[in-house]
Design a binder for this molecule. Structure first.
Ligand SMILES: [Ca+2]
Ligand SMILES: [Ca+2]
Length: 144
């Protein structure tokens, strides 16, 4: 199916449908290169069961075999940025059930590992990751 992307100036884009597989509840998606092949990948948070799913882009409009990482709580909004400066996008996710943020490191080969969890002062409802202060290190902002 072809759709039209308003933020892309109305260019035609292909629509890719990722089947939920029944009882899975997808929360939010993002795009970034977590497989370090120069091609964008689709990243989806899922909170029933709680997990992060990564579908590698094939560069031709399709998606390859997914990587799956079980996470505690209820992962919801996510953001992608290379937080450890290894050239591979990493994923940060809010956990609305436990009021915390998970950092998931991608190894660039399809592997995912939850490396750090930070508590938040309230239920995190939005998240952004980039280099905010120009020191060369990734920063994370969380909104409640
Ligand atoms: Ca990729
Ligand atoms: Ca990285």
């Amino acid at each position: 199916m072809v759709g039209f992307c308003s933020p892309c100036g109305g260019r035609a884009v292909d629509e890719i449908v990722v089947a939920s597989g029944g009882e899975n509840v997808y929360e939010q998606g993002g795009v970034g290169d977590v497989t370090a092949d120069g091609l964008p990948d689709v990243v989806i948070s899922q909170n029933s069961p709680s997990a992060l799913r990564v579908f590698p882009g094939d560069g031709a409009g399709g998606l390859g075999t997914e990587s799956f990482l079980s996470l505690p709580g209820a992962p919801s909004p996510l953001a992608l940025f290379d937080l450890d400066a290894d050239g591979v996008a990493d994923v940060v996710l809010t956990d609305v059930a436990a009021a915390q943020v998970h950092v998931v490191r991608a190894d660039g080969l399809g592997g995912l590992s939850a490396t750090v969890t930070w508590p938040t002062s309230d239920v995190p409802r939005s998240i952004a990751a980039t280099g905010f202060d120009g020191d060369g290190l990734g920063d994370v902002a969380v909104g409640d």
